[in-house]
Design a binder for this molecule. Structure first.
Ligand code: FES
Length: 105
């Protein structure tokens, strides 16, 4: 499984991800910039905001109410493809592509 992170300037990094880790944890463990994750994944900071590639959206489970609420407080305005990366779990064979906001550096 891989996660491809593209920063706001357009630079991409492809990371080998461990199944069961979140997209946020995968970034932090690999030193990928653009995901701050102040709260460490407890769904209370919204500094792990990412924009998911359109093609990958359908493969993700829908967000729950709490994630939806937190996204309204994200520093960079949410879009239709916004998710909190601490809530996205890497699954077997998954190949996710996310872009990080310029507000998370
Ligand atoms: Fe804080 Fe995701 S890491 S909400």
């Amino acid at each position: 499984s891989t996660v491809t992170y593209t920063d706001h300037a357009g630079e991409s990094r492809v990371v080998e991800a461990t199944v069961g880790d979140s997209v946020m944890e995968t970034a932090v463990r690999n030193g990928v910039p653009g995901i701050v994750a102040e709260c460490g994944g407890s769904l209370s900071c919204a500094t792990c905001h990412v924009f998911v590639a359109e093609a990958d959206l359908a493969s993700l489970p829908p967000m729950d109410e709490m994630e939806d609420e937190m996204l309204w407080g994200a520093a960079e305005d949410r879009r239709d493809n916004s998710r909190l990366s601490c809530q996205l779990t890497v699954t077997e064979g998954s190949d996710l592509h996310v872009t990080t906001p310029s507000t998370q550096v």
